[in-house]
Design a protein. Structure first.
Length: 279
């Protein structure tokens, strides 16, 4: 009798703990989403400051994880800061585009110098992905803030709904060794959410439904791919989180892992393949 009662008490405690963890993670995701969106309404200066701080903390976390305290993240962040001197409204000027790409390749060169010496090439690859992500952020904002605004909504919806769906309906583990909590059901719910939101945006703005359903598909797939890759990286170096800055998530890299592949791919789609029109 006492054993049954004790078991029931433990189950209640675990349920309450799950609810507490769920609430903290869900609340953090929503607050970060609102903070990210609000930057767009505060003006160009805040966008520049936000992107610089994002690159600073991402490179800082990556260097801390490597246990090499060379403060290389400072130089990489400052080199990205040079991007931000390019006027946002004059991206169509050829000279400015040339300078923009030149700064991008300089930063790639610095990344190879700083991270190639590490024993684990995943550090180099993630540093390259961070650079590509920040570059894509900056370039797309210069071309269309509305498109970036939509991408942030879609990526956040994919993340949040995949987590919520996994907690409520998740049974089938996709890659239990890489990400024990990621389920097929949650991933499908996240993917459907991003597609539905993207199609809804296209419908109400009288845009191409096929293009925007493709955009939702890209966001859902490559967002999940970024999440899985960072989970794989964390398993390789035997850590749970990349940092402790964000309650329920861990580090900045934990929160922005979905953007690593997604933004560069969406930049390619925007520029070279789908030629999205923004309503």
């Amino acid at each position: 009798m006492s054993i049954t009662k004790e078991k029931g008490t433990l189950e209640v405690m675990n349920f309450n703990l799950l609810n507490s963890e769920f609430f903290i993670r869900f609340s953090s995701a929503v607050i970060l989403f609102l903070a990210l969106i609000s930057i767009f309404f505060l003006g160009e200066l805040f966008i520049k400051i936000g992107l610089f701080l994002l690159s600073f903390f991402l490179f800082y976390e990556l260097e801390q994880l490597s246990f090499k305290r060379h403060k290389q993240f400072i130089y990489l962040s400052l080199s990205i800061f040079l991007y931000l001197f390019i006027p946002l409204e004059n991206i169509e000027t050829k000279f400015l585009i040339d300078i923009f790409y030149l700064l991008f390749f300089i930063n790639l060169f610095l990344i190879f110098i700083f991270f190639y010496q590490y024993n684990n090439l995943h550090y180099l690859f993630i540093a390259l992905l961070i650079n590509l992500m920040i570059f894509s952020f900056i370039y797309l904002i210069q071309v269309s803030k509305d498109f970036v605004f939509l991408l942030i909504i879609l990526i956040s919806a994919n993340d949040i709904m995949a987590y919520v769906g996994g907690k409520l309906f998740g049974k089938t583990k996709i890659f239990p060794y890489i990400s024990p909590n990621k389920t097929l059901e949650g991933s499908i719910i996240g993917l459907i959410s991003s597609i539905l939101l993207s199609v809804s945006y296209a419908f109400f703005n009288e845009l191409d439904l096929f293009q925007y359903s493709s955009l939702g598909l890209l966001v859902g797939f490559f967002g999940s791919l970024g999440d899985l890759y960072i989970s794989f990286f964390k398993r390789k170096i035997k850590i749970k989180d990349t940092g402790k800055l964000i309650p329920g998530h861990g580090g900045i890299l934990d929160r922005f892992d979905s953007y690593l592949f997604c933004l560069p791919i969406c930049l390619i789609a925007f520029e070279f393949s789908l030629s999205f029109k923004i309503g």
